[in-house]
Design a protein around this ligand. Structure first.
Ligand code: ADE
Length: 252
């Protein structure tokens, strides 16, 4: 039976999935991470908290592929917007990922992963289309039930949208407007910034494992990025992440 790997960088983003897996889950501790093997909505899954950053996410991805023989990987979590059309509460489903902090120029072009000859890594089209549909359905049908009116108002979640496009990753929480503007100038097609996706993408490319990534926008990657971050995680993102993935597991 095929096994799906599910990764998030923060506990809140998988808490409800772990609860839904119930008591029959088997936990394997490898490289200081707990891999939860079991079923979710009748599907064989391994759910794991990678922790934050590209190295953590890459190491986790390799273990899922080599130790658990997963046939596909989904990553869910929050990201900061670096595009005016992308607002807090929106979802971005990646078409491609890029590591914005890799720069071996003048030996290799900026952003290119040296000796791999690639800067952009494509997500799996079918998985991504399915994830996008689930995100859209979650926003229109479940969000108002999961997230209370006070939190929806506090974060101005009036009509969240689902976008598809380029997500960029680097080992830095982007929390000043100058850094954000620089990224927007350097990579104008990018929709949001986070700290893991492109490393998962590179490993999946190297092992030829299909993958998809959904990011919920928690902040505008500027001077206020840190202010409501934890509140957003607790009151909003924890529901989104699990809600979108449960829909995915039920419908695909
Ligand atoms: N994840 C969520 N918000 C982020 C930000 N502003 N920078 C990097 N990663 C993030």
């Amino acid at each position: 039976m095929s096994v799906l790997g599910i990764i998030a960088a923060l506990h809140q983003e998988i808490a409800s999935l772990l609860q839904a897996m119930g008591p029959n889950v088997k936990v394997y501790r490898i490289g200081q991470r707990d891999y939860h093997e079991g079923t979710l909505m009748g599907r064989s899954c391994v759910v794991v908290l990678s922790r934050i950053g590209k190295v953590a996410a890459a190491a986790t991805t390799v273990t899922l592929i080599r130790e658990f023989k997963v046939s596909a990987i989904l990553f869910t979590g929050v990201a900061g917007s670096i595009n005016k059309q992308v607002k807090v509460g929106d979802v971005v489903v990646a078409t491609q990922l890029l590591q914005y902090d890799i720069n071996a120029s003048p030996l290799f072009p900026r952003f290119e992963v040296p000796l791999l000859g690639l800067s952009h890594f494509d997500t799996d089209t079918i998985l991504s289309a399915q994830l996008q549909q689930c995100a859209q359905d979650y926003i229109s049908q479940d969000l108002a039930i999961d997230v209370n009116a006070a939190s929806r108002e506090a974060f101005r979640l009036r009509q969240p949208q689902c976008h598809t496009g380029i997500i960029i990753s680097g080992d830095c929480f982007v929390s000043d407007a100058t850094h954000s503007m620089q990224l927007q100038q350097d990579l104008p097609a990018a929709l949001c910034v986070e700290m893991e996706g492109a490393s998962v993408a590179q490993v999946c490319y190297e092992y030829e494992i299909p993958f998809a990534i959904a990011r919920i926008i928690s902040d505008q990657a500027d001077g206020s990025a840190h202010i409501d971050f934890n509140a957003f995680l607790e009151q909003v993102a924890r529901f989104y992440s699990a809600g979108i993935l449960k829909r995915f597991l039920n419908n695909t």
